[in-house]
Design a protein around this ligand. Structure first.
Ligand SMILES: C[S@@+](CC[C@H](N)C(=O)[O-])C[C@H]1O[C@@H](n2cnc3c(N)ncnc32)[C@H](O)[C@@H]1O
Length: 298
């Protein structure tokens, strides 16, 4: 299965993202990715999607394997546009307002194509770096930054469990909607390691209470068998990680996002404290349905 674009494909994507009809093309790919009706399509978009090898139009429009690959960063980008190019949850917490990152060195762990970093570089100054294991996201970083007319943030290959940085490098380590995919205890140790003394850890993500509530609400809506199975697998992995330190049900695919877990807030407090960081209960708060965990390094 193709997981990266070759050089020629990167240039084709670049042209498509900068060319006429690019908004409609992005919408179309994201709609198919979300199983929404494709709607009326212009000839330009159908030709572009065919030429790029992203979709076929036999009986009805369908994503190709390459289309599924590029749909992930495009969906993340579309969602970022929909929230006016802001950091998620920016309105819910003063901590997440771009001004509070001004002049700081910030590492985002699990940055995707770098939408939060783009929000920061558009609205403030500082050194903004991402770590992201999925190559397709990293390949889209300069392409989408160019489309936005912003200098591309540096997004390096790596994983939260083994950050490719020396000790004490960053003022802030941010991890947004990504810790659930990691070996969380290991990743938290790494995040604490690369923080400078006086630095701050900010981990924003779902926890057992919000995940269980969402699952309960979905049960009322008659979920499909695969949704039920996914929910059960996530709960089993969450509890086994909390109790045994590992996911019991191994991911069914090699994707970095295949086996999420949503530990309780108490477990997160315990693990963060065990890294030597000091929790900041005065700053820990809800951000939408997620929790923003905050801790300082002395
Ligand atoms: C839901 S996306 C969030 C992206 C971005 N932080 C945001 O707020 O939009 C989760 C990201 O975490 C990345 N990820 C998964 N496992 C990871 C790991 N072990 N270390 C670092 N990042 C990981 C995924 O590839 C994906 O890009």
């Amino acid at each position: 299965m193709q997981t990266t674009l070759n050089e020629a494909q990167i240039e084709e994507v670049r042209q498509a993202l900068l060319g006429p009809g690019s908004d409609e093309l992005i919408d179309f790919i994201v709609r198919l990715n979300l199983s929404l009706p494709a709607g009326e399509l212009s000839k330009t978009v159908m030709e572009a999607a065919s030429r790029l090898g992203w979709a076929t139009f036999d009986a009805k429009p369908q994503l190709s394997p390459l289309g599924w690959l590029v749909a992930d960063p495009l969906r993340e980008y579309r969602m970022w546009l929909d929230r006016d190019r802001r950091i998620h949850g920016e309105g819910d917490s003063a901590l997440l307002a771009p001004e509070s990152y001004a002049g700081k060195s910030v590492l985002e762990v699990g940055s995707g194509f770098g939408c939060n970093l783009l929000s920061l570089s558009r609205r403030t100054h500082g050194k903004f770096v991402g770590v992201e294991p999925m190559a397709i996201y990293r390949q889209f970083t300069p392409l989408l930054a160019e489309r936005e007319g912003v200098v591309a943030p540096e997004v390096v290959d790596g994983a939260g469990e083994a950050l490719p940085f020396a000790d004490r490098q960053f003022d802030i380590v941010l991890c947004y909607s990504a810790h659930q995919y990691m070996d969380i205890c290991k990743a938290l140790q790494e995040m604490a390691r690369v923080l400078k003394p006086g630095g701050q850890l900010q981990v924003i993500g779902g926890s057992l209470d919000s995940y269980s509530l969402g699952l309960g609400q979905n049960l009322i809506k008659r979920p499909s068998a695969s949704q039920l199975l996914n929910g059960a697998r996530t709960l089993i992995n969450t509890f086994s990680y909390q109790w045994l330190g590992r996911r019991m049900l191994l991911p069914s695919s090699a994707f970095a996002t295949a086996a999420p877990i949503y530990p309780s807030r108490k477990a997160m407090y315990r693990w963060i404290t065990s890294t030597g960081l000091t929790l900041r209960p005065d700053l820990i708060q809800r951000v939408g349905v997620e929790t923003c965990f905050v801790a300082d390094k002395s």
